[in-house]
Design a protein around this ligand. Structure first.
Ligand code: AMP
Length: 396
């Protein structure tokens, strides 16, 4: 049994063929620069890696090209016995609180939510439509980035603005990266051999995008991303929290348009805005070399992270576990050490040696006498999507 997982973006399609129980990746690939003069596909499976560049007219052509890659020397995609297709969908709004079998009605609902995620939902939908046409005989399942956070209490998901206006325009905290936070929260309980319902945890998903969540007994009670994935932690190119008055000020004093502000907050802010680079490895090299703006960027990043840890400790009341995940969280020991430095009084002690150890699996990095257990747990959104799709397909 294999599940094809598809993450369809505006000009790219990422895919993975996953065996959902063991989590083996049977094949994976990336179709890029769809609609541009020169497209590119990279594909890897047991036959090896292949790459080709050619014009890829649209998403349909891109996905067909990916399917053709399977049969280039090895088995055709059909021979893997694809039992379901799992689609990443960014915004599920108030409608979708769990993985959902794709029907025409679901497509209509996801389409309606495009106004909340104009950059993401339309290409996600395109991927669903194209894949349904190419694989019409298997169930397709939409897995929403927002779904895990449908449990947030009203006090946590309500913005203090005109309530009627907010209601009319769907303005509330939805949260994102939910598939990752959900998967990691379950991994944590499994790794510690404790029932999920007994564990109060903070999860720090630190990748190019970054978000924090507070999860009480398996139920999300707060998260740092909001109506959009802009709020919260400092990210590669996104600002995270800012005073909304800044936007009004820049509108008035710098004459910036909505488009300019959108571009500023999404692409010219965060680490890149502060020091010119958004990749954490490059940032770390600049910091080591003594670069001042990179050092400030790093300090702002860590300061914000610590604020969220403090806030979520209080929101949870009792904290058992803090977990780092995603590219930076899994691979940058100095961030983990700095984010939790000098918190002995709060019962959080990172063990320097365990923190430095490189490992692929889940691991404890706190000291034995730390009241709060600190973990590194690799996230795996594709596997989570594959499992969700397989579970729904099995129930049909
Ligand atoms: P993700 O979005 O989860 O793929 O994470 C991407 C981020 O992780 C980028 O900023 C990378 O620079 C960062 N990253 C990946 N590997 C490392 C590493 N070994 N050390 C520091 N940062 C890393």
């Amino acid at each position: 049994m294999a599940v094809l997982v598809i993450n369809s973006g505006s000009s790219s399609i990422k895919y993975q063929l996953v065996e959902p129980e063991a989590g083996d990746v049977l094949a994976s690939g990336l179709v890029e620069r769809i609609g541009e003069a020169e497209g590119r596909i990279t594909h890897s499976d047991r036959v090896g890696e292949s790459e080709s560049t050619e014009p890829i007219a649209d998403h349909r052509a891109g996905l067909q090209l990916a399917f053709d890659m399977f049969s280039r020397d090895g088995a055709a995609l059909a021979e893997f016995g694809v039992s379901a297709v799992g689609h990443r969908v960014v915004h599920g709004g108030k409608v979708f609180s769990k993985p959902t079998l794709v029907t025409d009605d679901v497509i209509t609902e996801v389409d309606k939510l495009s106004s909340l995620a104009p950059l993401h939902n339309p290409p996600n939908l395109l991927g669903i439509e194209v894949a349904r046409a190419l694989l019409p005989d298997v169930p397709h399942v939409a897995v929403f980035d927002t779904a895990f956070f449908r449990t947030l209490p009203r006090a946590a998901n309500t913005y203090a603005i005109d309530a009627k206006l907010a209601e009319e325009h769907g303005v509330q905290r939805y949260g994102f990266h939910g598939t990752s936070h959900h998967y990691v929260s379950e991994q944590v309980a499994e790794f510690l051999g404790r029932p999920l319902s007994d564990v109060n945890q903070i999860i720090l998903h630190l990748g190019n995008g970054a978000s924090a969540s507070a999860v009480q007994g398996g139920v999300a009670i707060d998260t740092s991303m909001g109506l959009t994935p802009l709020e919260g932690l400092v990210m590669g190119t996104r600002s995270g929290d800012i005073d909304p008055g800044i936007l009004l000020h820049l509108r008035r004093s710098a004459g910036m348009t909505v488009g300019d502000l959108d571009e500023l907050l999404n692409r010219r802010s965060g680490l890149r805005g502060l020091c010119g680079v958004n990749d954490f490895r490059e940032l770390s090299e600049l910091v080591s070399a003594g670069d001042q703006s990179a050092t400030l960027a790093y300090e702002v990043y860590v300061h914000r992270l610590r604020k969220y840890v403090g806030a979520y400790m209080v929101a949870l009341g009792r904290l058992d576990v803090i977990t780092f995940t995603a590219g930076v969280g899994e691979n940058a020991p100095h961030v983990r050490a700095d984010a939790l430095a000098d918190l002995e009084e709060l019962g959080i002690v990172v063990d320097p040696e365990s923190n430095q150890r490189r490992d692929k699996g889940p691991r404890i990095i706190s000291a034995p006498d730390s009241k709060v257990t600190v973990l590194v747990v690799p996230t795996n959104e594709e596997l989570a999507i594959a499992r969700a799709a397989a579970a729904l397909a099995n129930d049909l």
